[in-house]
Write a protein of this length. Sequence first.
Length: 391
Amino acid sequence: RLEMTSATQSNSGASAYFGFLYALAGNPDVLTMDNLKDPAVLDGVRKLLAQVERSSGSSGWLMDALVANPGSYDAMFNYESTVLEANQALTAAGQEPLYIIYPANGLSVADSPLGFVAKGDAAKEAAFLKLQEFLLSANTQKTLSDLGRRSGLIGMEAQNPNPQVWKADWGADLKRDIAPVPTPGADVIAEALSLYQTELRKPSLTVWVLDVSGSMGGDPIARLKQAMGLLLDKKAAALNLLQPSSRDVTIIIPFSDRIGQPIIVKGANEADLNAALAQVDQLEAGGGTDLYGALAAAIQVLQPYKDNGTLSNYLPAIMAMTDGASDMANFDYFHQIRDQSGFGRDIPIHAIAFGDADMSQLTALTSDSIGRLFTAGADLANALRQAKGYN
């Protein structure tokens, strides 16, 4: 049960993905377009990504999910420092730690150099130099090392490594030679990320549960439709690396106090996506808010995939978009359907909150399913990018 962040939405996921490409391409001097056209390379990467059972848009959240649910996940692609941090939390809770494996090839280094662009402001330059002095001081370098960061001047060393952090029993190896893969050209990076999103990643099986209750009238439902346009319009989706793959399944369930008929799109056919978007554009706000009834319907629409044995071929998730507090009439019914399904507890439920949504209710819902709560805010595209990074 493997975790990995999205290569299009997270640096750690992108680092792992480009490491896969380099290793399977035979470690060329630099990755080229020809490597991205090699069927053997693409098939190898596709097989690796097929093993991922949980994705996210955040390296830290991925770690937190594993630490909080050690029985649900066995491994993750992540930063060395994040694994060390996870192990401290796991062992403190009496759980088995992870073991660090350094690939013989395909490693990346998250060096993130800090620089200052001088613009003639002496006060700002002095403040920067003071910050630099603080970061390079012995005490700060020791603190960074104790947090699992390689804080040496060349970035590969740890200053006075704490043996309780850099444990050999955990696989930590400060003596290993690190030879990071070279960064390819911008055109190759763009093409590789597009391939990841449209062809190589494990396909998504996403149920979008859309609140069209009366409180969504006016601006909220207009923004909801805008959000779905960013997902279903192929050109708009491509701008944010949100485009579906030919193997994705997208299911849309509108709800108020009544549950609408599912709108289902299999694959990435533009006509099918446009037809689904047209149906979304026709939705009107009205009625109450039965989120739990809609979530029960989402579990039920996934049931056939479990029954025919194909659910494991996907990264399934339920995405709820709502602005209000749900009535509780179907709260118990949802939990009954989820528990009786035999798989419902393994389906993450994420939520994108609009307006004055009941954040406590949504926090409880997402936490219970190892999901995450997002806020639409002013930057709707960013909220969608974050949410889709988890699926």
